[in-house]
Design a protein. Structure first.
Length: 365
């Protein structure tokens, strides 16, 4: 496969423009007309990579190409069934959402056709009198589309069941199984957080593999009750990300993300002021850091609150437990406040384990 690069022109760039358009990221006409990989193509590509939780470098690597292919698939474009390797794509996510909205638990809406999706599909076919073959073909898709209108607005059953499990699972921090992952310079903070959690009696595994798929698989094998990932980046603000996609969100991840964001704000001094609506209904923030003399409060004070936002990052998509990825910034603030951040995050995790189903604060409160 030839991957177009900035400055290229031709058929491969035209194909890239088409796929970006299908994914909702249209490139300006002056570049599409010329089949040119120019600045607006880079802008659209970066936006697509950010939306999908891919590495944001503005290049078409294997991961980005796969994401573009998945984004262009619509339910009914191909037959879907349990297969190795598993089918992936937005058509699978649509199938999962439709099944879940009708009460057939296909698991989280992650766009991966696995055993849970196969079981839900067979149950659906059996219940509506279709041929029970485990294949989402034309007849099954027509039935899903016909029946879904009766359940418009209903939450997928996987989301409802996750919330029910959370309501029944409150416990102490002691003996909790926690997976801590770190990327991008957060090793020291992760180690500090791990020491405090172990001192509180938790069972902790620390993950440092740079591949998010590997971290998710290891957390799943560890049977963690929660996953917390930490990444330091050169932004001006912090983010607490949880898994969400069209029509679905992780209820546990949402609530844990709010507690982690509050913990970061408490240390870095942002408070609750300045929030505004963000992507996927999250609370977006973009602030700058201001120096303060040592001994006169936080070394850095963020002018706006940590963002809480739903995201499709791979590690959030592939973990089977409530998961949060904290993007920590700016780096000097995080380094200088490592001990305080670790302590505040432990309190956040302890609060979440004690009442994981507690509703997050309403907007503006």
């Amino acid at each position: 496969m030839y991957s177009p690069r900035p400055g290229d022109r031709g058929a491969s760039v035209r194909d890239l423009h088409r796929r970006l358009d299908e994914a909702g990221h249209r490139v300006e006409a002056r570049e599409t007309d010329a089949a040119e990989f120019g600045p607006d193509t880079t802008r659209a590509l970066l936006a697509f990579q950010a939306e999908r939780g891919l590495n944001q470098h503005g290049l078409v690597d294997d991961g980005t190409h796969s994401g573009l292919v998945e984004a262009g698939l619509r339910l009914g474009d191909r037959n879907l069934y349990l297969h190795s390797p598993m089918f992936r794509g937005d058509d699978v996510a649509d199938l999962q959402l439709r099944l879940g909205s009708l009460g057939f638990d296909a698991g989280r809406i992650d766009g991966i056709f696995g055993p849970d999706t196969a079981t839900a599909l067979v149950d659906f076919q059996r219940n509506v009198g279709l041929a029970v073959d485990g294949i989402a073909g034309p007849g099954t898709v027509r039935s899903l589309r016909r029946l879904l209108g009766r359940t418009a607005g209903r939450r997928p059953v996987a989301q409802v069941r996750e919330l029910d499990r959370l309501r029944q699972s409150s416990s102490e921090l002691r003996n909790q199984r926690i997976a801590l992952g770190h990327f991008g310079g957060a090793a020291t903070l992760t180690s500090a957080l791990g020491r405090l959690l172990r001192a509180a009696g938790a069972h902790v595994v620390e993950l440092d593999h740079p591949d998010e798929d590997v971290q998710a698989a290891t957390a799943n094998e560890f049977e963690a009750g929660l996953y917390l990932g930490l990444r330091i980046e050169t932004h001006s603000h912090c983010q607490a990300l949880y898994f969400a996609t069209d029509g679905f969100q992780s209820e546990g991840g949402l609530r844990l993300a709010h507690r982690c964001a509050d913990a970061l704000d408490q240390v870095l001094g942002a408070g609750r002021a300045g929030r505004h609506e963000g992507q996927h209904g999250g609370l977006a923030a973009a602030g700058r850091a201001e120096d303060h003399p040592r001994g006169s409060g936080p070394a850095y004070v963020l002018t706006q609150a940590t963002a809480r936002a739903g995201h499709r990052a791979t590690v959030l998509r592939r973990t089977r437990m409530p998961a949060v990825l904290c993007i920590l910034a700016p780096p000097p603030a995080i380094v200088m406040a490592t001990a305080e951040i670790a302590g505040s995050l432990v309190e956040a995790i302890a609060g979440w384990t004690a009442d994981p189903a507690a509703d997050p604060p309403a907007e503006g409160t």
